[in-house]
Design a protein around this ligand. Structure first.
Ligand code: ATP
Ligand code: MG
Length: 234
């Protein structure tokens, strides 16, 4: 699905990503963990085509993303739920969801089917449908941001710190939904600073440190690894 090959990214002469390589298959749930400034957000933004690659390559379904514009990449199934959610505060929950389906050329029936599917994942959104996105709680806004991404029927869903600032119960609900979606075939890249949480729900994980992968493997193994804390915290 996604193949990242020896990816290097420089921003203002700083080497932000340095030789990052990994594969992501259909239905795989990959966690990317690492301290502040490790390059996690830059990795997602680069895969989305928002940050230029210095050297190396990223492939989506065997096509180099450098040949695809970011909006085309999103339309073909690579969706990025950014840190901070970016809900449009003045628009209703329903209209925020519709934004996810813009330019897909869906019929009204198809849009309604997509919206109903989001209610199955996040029932609270049905109750909030006509209120302004900006008046939702943080957890509801995060659910809306994910649902808006799912409106595009993605093949790959990338999330940047979805747990930030949310109550533990809501975080668990979101993680369980993500796990279910991956079991249904969605490939997921989850960026998290809360390493334990990400490792508990994902299958595979990579640890980034100063733009390099310092550890990669099964999440369960990493969870029990004595090196993790040293690698992750320092
Ligand atoms: N647009 C930019 N201009 C200058 N420096 C940048 C830019 N984007 C990223 N960087 C630098 O690249 C490094 C990695 O940043 P990035 O945001 O990818 O890290 P992160 O792992 O997501 O951190 P955090 O956990 O704080 O979100 C940081 O040192 C950051 O200052
Ligand atoms: Mg970040």
């Amino acid at each position: 699905m996604i193949k990242v090959k020896n990816l290097c990214v420089q921003i203002s002469e700083k080497q932000v990503l340095d030789g990052v390589s990994f594969h992501l298959k259909t239905g795989e749930f990959l966690a990317v963990i690492g301290a502040n400034g490790a390059g996690k957000t830059t990795l997602l933004r680069t895969i989305s085509g928002l940050v230029p690659i210095s050297t190396g390559e990223v492939f989506f379904q065997d096509v180099s993303i450098s040949q695809i514009k970011p909006f085309e990449l999103a339309r073909s199934g690579v969706i990025h739920v950014p840190q901070g959610r970016q809900i449009i505060p003045n628009l209703s929950v329903y209209d925020n969801l519709l934004i996810g389906a813009l330019n897909l050329g869906l019929s009204t029936d198809q849009i309604e089917t997509q919206v109903s599917m989001q209610f199955e994942h996040f029932p609270i959104l049905k109750e909030r449908l006509s209120i302004a996105g900006g008046s939702l709680s943080g957890g509801e806004q995060q659910m809306l941001a994910i649902a808006r991404g799912l409106m595009m029927s993605p093949k790959v869903l990338m999330l940047d710190e979805p747990s930030l600032g949310l109550a533990p119960q809501i975080v668990l609900k979101i993680m369980e939904t993500l796990k279910l979606l991956s079991q249904q075939g969605l490939a997921i890249i989850l960026v998290e600073q809360v390493a334990m949480l990400a490792l508990e729900f994902s299958q595979q994980a990579l640890v980034l440190k100063q733009g390099q992968i310092v550890s990669f493997g099964e999440s369960k193994k990493l969870l029990n690894s004595p090196d993790l804390v040293a690698n992750y915290l320092s």
